[in-house]
Ligand binder design. Structure first.
Ligand code: ADP
Ligand code: TZP
Length: 530
């Protein structure tokens, strides 16, 4: 018998205990259905059997009016008694094959999975879909398993490659983080979620119609969007060197035209030179660290830089990134010295799963630590040795893994969107002799990302349909532009007669950044696409 085809995109899991005072269950459910819920799971943990059966029947009657299927959590007897379309089983519930033998053959069976191994077992047991999570912490249910974040969801989705088992993510998903969840969970093989399961954002809402509609609009926009990375090279013609040279110049012009605010949480070694580099490029720096101000700031900034060279404000970094994702602005993450301590490694993983970085930037030692590779070693904030044997493959793979643009710095710099790889051969040895040159590259990349995304936003009609993009503008080109700005300004500065060494080089570099033009970038850029 053929299985029922469900639309898993906005999967509501009920919980009558979450209803706000004076809200009736069926009334809330109907509003949610009108708002765009596509599938409903009746989840009743404490009521008596008779009451659960009554709620399930009434739920089915209402959902039938909207042609929305009903799944029963755990209780096969209830599912049988009221003719449910499916059942959902937890890891400690009835095994899938036994449930399958008891239920009508067209019943859809879902299974909760918290690890890739759980997913493997669910496939072998014949589950029709998996509920994967927890994506983030939630008030709804005590999470027994560690939060896996969107990247952990991506690892589970990859196990589903080649099967027709569907997947929805669960735990802590709401309209402010749903795009991050959908976007960040696409596996390196391109496997994406079939939907998201939502509980409290709808059930605890005073206005379940508005809550569901917000979620439904964002989800539909995501599935409509053809773009799957922060670059535009996939949807249009392949990148060409000449096109990149022109595009970085127009981003520099946008930086000067819009003078976007570039929010930087950076280390106390480089704060001043980073703020001055931002000003020199024509943008406006704000170095703010308090978690309490992140929601306000992220509404008005052009981009965020998180550089954790001297971690003192992890909560501020978490809040800043979450809010910047909500406002769909670019985030550049520079995990300075990440390999040096366990605290830095754990903090980097925490940040990378709390929000979606647009650009991940580091030297070889730092990116090796992020990738769990022992190929390159580090000493504090510095990379040791010659770097990766095959940097192009390394950056491409890391970009796919983290769903972002990767910038690998060194004597030669490498930038990838997971498909294209640019090798950038500008720069000067004096950059290696001052502290904070890598940090300044991060600042310049954030400034170019701010310029590109501000220009893209300005070019959109106020009533344009939501395109489901987490960030607008070409971030691959913006990242290249940021690297070129520092390395080309460094070449010009180093050639000056008044530059005698690293002490005189730094102010000259800031001067030359201020004078840098689109024409300088185009004429001096040494770019190869590999
Ligand atoms: N010997 C060099 N020749 C040319 N450019 C260099 C040299 N050393 C560093 N750079 C440039 O300086 C910037 C910072 O890179 P890097 O030294 O890797 O960062 P970090 O300070 O984080 O270790 C990069 O854009 C890189 O191209
Ligand atoms: C020395 C130092 N210590 C903590 S942050 C920092 C600056 C690192 O700068 P960069 O990574 O750009 O060389």
């Amino acid at each position: 018998m053929t299985k029922k085809e469900f639309d898993y995109s906005l999967y509501l899991v009920t919980g009558r205990d979450l209803l706000p005072p004076a809200k009736d269950y069926l009334e809330s459910l109907e509003e949610a259905l009108k708002g765009g819920v596509t599938l409903v799971q009746v989840r009743e943990k404490t009521a008596d059997t008779g009451e659960i059966l009554d709620v399930a029947r009434k739920t089915k009657e209402l959902c039938d009016k909207y042609d929305v299927p009903v799944i029963i959590d755990d209780r096969i007897d209830i599912a049988l008694a009221m003719g449910a379309d499916g059942v959902h089983l937890g890891q400690t519930d009835m095994p899938v094959p036994i449930a399958r033998a008891l239920l009508p053959p067209d019943t859809v069976i879902g299974k909760t999975c918290n690890t890739p191994e759980h997913v493997r077992v669910a496939i072998s047991e014949g589950a029709d879909y998996v509920g994967v999570g927890p994506v983030r912490g939630t008030q709804t249910k005590k999470v027994k398993h560690p939060v896996v974040g969107p990247r952990g969801i991506g690892e589970m989705l990859q196990v589903l490659d080649g099967t027709d088992v569907k997947a929805v993510a669960i735990a802590g998903i709401n309209s402010t983080n749903v795009l991050h969840c959908l976007w960040g969970s696409v596996s390196p093989t391109g496997h994406q979620l079939d939907g998201v399961a939502v509980v409290s954002d709808i059930m605890a809402s005073q206005d379940p119609y508005a809550s569901s509609k917000r979620l439904s609009d964002a989800i539909k926009a995501f599935y409509r969007s053809p773009l799957r990375t922060f670059s535009q090279g996939l949807s249009t013609a392949p990148y060409k060197v000449e096109g990149i040279k022109t595009a970085v110049g127009s981003i520099l012009r946008s930086v000067k035209q819009f003078s976007p605010l570039v929010h930087q949480i950076t280390n106390n070694v480089v704060t001043n030179q980073s703020a001055n580099a931002t000003l020199a490029l024509g943008a406006s720096p704000i170095m703010a660290t308090a978690p309490e101000e992140m929601a306000d700031l992220s509404k008005v900034t052009g981009a965020l830089l998180v550089n954790f060279g001297t971690i003192q404000n992890l909560d501020g970094m978490l809040e800043a990134g979450r809010n910047t994702n909500i406002n769909r602005k670019p985030i550049v993450f520079d995990p300075v010295g990440v390999g040096a301590t366990a605290y830095r490694r754990e903090s980097a993983q925490g940040l990378l799963s709390a929000w979606q970085a647009t650009v991940l930037k580091g030297n070889a030692g730092e990116l090796a630590a992020i990738a769990n590779s022992s190929e390159v070693q580090a000493k504090g904030v510095d990379s040791l040795g010659q770097g990766f044997a095959d940097p192009a493959s390394f950056v491409r793979k890391l970009a796919r893994q983290h769903r972002c643009i990767v910038v690998l710095t060194g004597v030669t710099d490498w930038v990838s969107d997971g498909h294209a790889v640019a090798r950038l051969s500008n720069g000067h040895a004096l950059l290696g002799e001052i502290t904070g040159s890598g940090c300044m590259v991060g600042t310049a990349v954030a400034t170019f990302c701010a310029g590109a995304s501000t220009a893209a936003a300005a070019g959109r009609a106020a009533d344009a349909e939501d395109d489901g993009m987490l960030v607008r503008g070409d971030m691959f080109v913006a990242a290249i532009g940021g690297v070129l700005a520092i390395t080309i300004a460094a070449e010009i500065a180093a050639a000056r007669e008044d530059v005698k060494g690293s002490g005189t080089f730094l102010p000259a570099l800031i001067d030359e950044l201020g004078k840098l033009t689109a024409e300088d970038l185009a004429s001096r850029a040494n770019i190869a696409l590999v």
